[in-house]
Design a protein around this ligand. Structure first.
Ligand code: HSE
Length: 281
């Protein structure tokens, strides 16, 4: 059996923790239960950036605590095509794949919505895991046990600049302020609404004029010297738009000249994936 889970980008600037987008780059995870011991093997372009496979085991134990079902031993072969710790949803892809595997191994008792809620609880925010399941552009919010999301199918291609240093999302969340100036909150509300209004009107390219943010990006960029140099070099190219992908460090921007950008490791041109995770026997 096999499951393909897409990369995701989130926030899209102004929509902190609410906007998420699935991309056409997938981690491929093959699995079978004909084994006595759980083994996980990773190959692919970014496998060497993985420190360990603990997240798979963490998800299995979480699934067991929440459902009471016992996940049987499973042999897993993962192909890592999503950059690790780069703000493109590599952890979310593992969480989604592991929950799918756990559900398959215990009799498919949970619905997709049940799995999505578990994924949000594990990750702590919905904007990577929800589009990883559903595909498309997702506006999502989890209030207690109620997960609310709306999906828009859009045709869009985006360029992601991936640097050679990782960041840890949990650390990048801790540095955010508890309070923000009123005018900054208004700025983000205005941009999120404009962004979504353009999407709803089918004016996808125009939506990208409204990715400006004042709630998280500057705090994060100023906290990390490499991140600051990386973003400043991108801004020196006068891009029409740019935003930090998730909590960083990757940046999405429409520039074509990459000369002199420090730390740049990969440039990924990705289309929006409107289908979400793909399951095959
Ligand atoms: N919305 C989350 C954040 C996404 O910005 O912390 C992390 O991938």
């Amino acid at each position: 059996m096999k499951v393909l889970v897409p990369a995701t980008t989130t926030n899209l600037g102004a929509g902190f923790d609410v906007f998420g987008l699935a991309l056409d780059l997938f981690n491929e995870v093959e699995f079978s239960f004909d084994t006595k011991e759980t083994t996980i093997e990773s190959t692919g372009k970014y496998a060497s950036d993985l420190k360990d496979h603990n997240l798979f085991f963490e998800v299995f134990r979480f699934f067991e605590r929440k459902t009471g079902y016992r996940v049987p031993p499973v042999r897993i072969k993962q192909t890592c095509n999503i950059p690790v710790s780069s703000g493109l949803g590599s952890s979310a892809a593992v969480i989604v794949a592991a929950l799918h595997i756990a559900n398959e191994g215990t009799g498919r008792n949970l619905s997709r919505e049940d799995l999505m809620k578990l994924a949000v609880e594990l990750e702590g925010h919905p904007d990577n895991v929800v589009p990883a399941f559903t595909g498309g552009l997702v506006v999502c919010y989890q209030n207690g046990s109620h997960l609310d999301f709306e999906k828009f199918e859009i045709d869009l291609s985006l360029t992601f600049l991936v640097p050679n240093f990782p960041v840890c999302t949990n650390e990048m969340r801790k540095i955010l302020p508890e309070k923000v100036p009123f005018e900054d909150a208004v700025f983000n509300i205005k941009n999120s609404c404009q962004f979504l209004a353009k999407i709803a009107a089918g004016k996808i390219k125009e939506a990208l004029k409204y990715v400006g943010d004042r709630l998280h990006q500057n705090y994060r960029i100023n906290d990390n010297k490499k991140m600051k140099e990386f973003v400043e070099a991108i801004l020196s190219k006068n891009p029409e738009y740019w935003f930090v992908s998730g909590s960083g460090p990757s940046v999405c921007s429409n520039i074509n000249d990459f000369e002199g950008i420090p730390y740049l490791k990969d440039v990924l041109k990705l289309r929006v994936n409107n289908r979400g995770m793909i399951v095959s026997e």
